[in-house]
Design a binder for this molecule. Sequence first.
Ligand code: ZN
Ligand code: ZN
Length: 361
Amino acid sequence: MAGEAAVYRRRLARLLERFPHLGVDAILFFEMKNICYLTGFTGSDGVFLLLPDKGVLLVDGRYITQAREEAPQSYTIQYRDKIGGVASAFGEGGVKRAGFEAASLSVELHEKLRGKLAPCMLIPLTEELTGIRSLKDSQEVLLMRKAADIATEALLQVIELMRPGVEERTIALEIDYRMRALGSEGTSFPTIVASGPNAALPHARPGSRKLEDGDPVVMDFGAVHGGYHSDETCTFVLGRADAKFREVYAIVKDAHDRAIDAVRAGAACREIDRVARQVIEKKGYGPHFSHGTGHGVGLDVHEAPRLSALSDQTLEAGMVVTVEPGIYLPGQWGVRIEDMVLVREDGCEVLTKISKELKII
Ligand code: ZN
Ligand code: ZN
């Protein structure tokens, strides 16, 4: 994580500016990625209370030392039980309307909190908070570049191992191992290596199927660096590419290229999806492109904004999003091509570096 206190102060100030608009005089955070973003604390349990004059980070005994180290600019409190801790942090503070992340608080916890904090009102916040991490600063972009570089290097090493007879899960394990060996803190998500007919499943799990000559192989993978993720998909073909594969690959590549060309600040997210989808629909494969065109990436591998027909968000300079059209032919095979791009005022920069030209290995 970016360790500078100024970074967190800036993030908190941006939120505090919105208090009047949100109609709250405090916000309670339970979502750990948001807490990490706002404080630097990387533990897996805790609560963050943002008050007009300070940020209070509440953790249990397992995390108190880590919290003080990672989030020195927050006021840190150790609790025995979470609800009691939150109630004491509210103290005599006179908070009348406390916002909370509706998406990450269970009904049970909400009921208990409401009882403890009365007469303070709890105000559910949903869309108001989904985009707080969308715009990346230069430090965040640096971490994501590094994550993408690690993933690139790992995949390039693994290409040498890909030949007929090798199991999908061996390839997946090698990608994971090499990413970790190169410094990745984990994998962005369970690595996908899907060969032949398995490649027709957008979220296939790597199994014991052995690669065969002529197989398309979809590989979707990502590294983690400083808590930030990368996300990229390559579809290679083993030994030889027949005419049908070349045709479908060219269509997906065209959809991918045109969508990336359309990415710039001010473009509607649904427009990027439309550009990619239109290329695929015009060639008659519309029903075989069964997911959205992309998503934001950051502390989570899937975060706001979504690049789909249902999105009403607009791209802004500093967002990092994926562009990942695909065509999936059930029982046969599939092709997906995914890059992660940084949105700029006049276009975008592709952060994932592996060439997406047709590759026969
Ligand atoms: Zn992916
Ligand atoms: Zn993705």
